[in-house]
Design a protein around this ligand. Sequence first.
Ligand SMILES: [Cu+2]
Length: 260
Amino acid sequence: MRRHPILQMFAIGVVAAAVITALALAIDWFPPAASTAADKIDTLYDVVILCSIPIFVLVMTIAIYSVVKFRARPGHEGDGAPLHGNTQLELLWVAIPFVIVSALAAYALVVLSDIEAKEPDALPVAVTAQQFTWTFGYPQAGGATSTELVLPRGRQAVLRIRTRDVIHSFWVPAMRMKQDAVPGLTTEVRITPTREGTYPLVCAELCGAGHATMRQTVRVVAPERFQAWLRRLGGGATASRGATPGAASAVETASASGRS
Ligand SMILES: [Cu+2]
C-alpha cells in the first residue's frame, strides 16, 4: 500500500531537519572561549540554530519534494487545480514567524545589554586602526603605545576605537567581540578576558589591498604581570614621545587629571 505523499514528505522533512540540526550543533563554530561574553554568545548561536535550521530544512524539503513528486508528467498539458487564497493559512504563516523573530530579538537584546554592561574600574585602551595596522595606547602608561594588545585577566577593558583613514573592524574571535572603526567617530567595545593566552586580532572589514595582513595579537596575562608590563611600557614611552609630541602630551594630561 502506498503511503500518503504529504505524510511521506513531512516524514523526510522531520528526519532531515533533525539530522542537519544535530550536525550544526555538533560543529565548533568558534575558537575556545576567552571572555565573559563568549558563553552567552555561543548559547545565543545555538538557540538561533535550533530555531532556524529545522524551518529552513523543512521548507527546502517541501519545495524539492514537490518539484520531483508533483511535476507535470510528459503529455500532461491541462491546467492545474484552481486555487484561491486561504486566509487561515496565511494568518498562521505570518503569525508563527512573527512570534519566533520577536522572541529571538528580545532574547538577543537581553544578551546584548548583558555583554555591554559597564564596570566601574574598566581599563581604558585607545585603539587606533589604519591601513594596515592596529596600535594600542595606554593612558595609564602616559599614553605609551604598543602594537600588541595586552590585557589583564578578569578585568573589563573598554576599548575606544578610532581610525586614521577608512572603515576597519576590530575583531577578536576568541572573545566573540567585534566593533567597527568609523572615520570621524570613536566607537567602543567592552571585553572581560577570562583566560590567559595569546589570541588573534583581525580586521573584519575589507579596508584595502593589505586588509588580509591586518592581523595582530591579543595577549591576556595575570593582573600583576599586566601592571609590570604597563610600567615597562610607560618607562619606554619617554623615548617615543619625541615622535608624536602633541598626541603624547594630550593623552598624558588627560590621564594625569583623570587617573584611576
Ligand atoms: Cu581591514
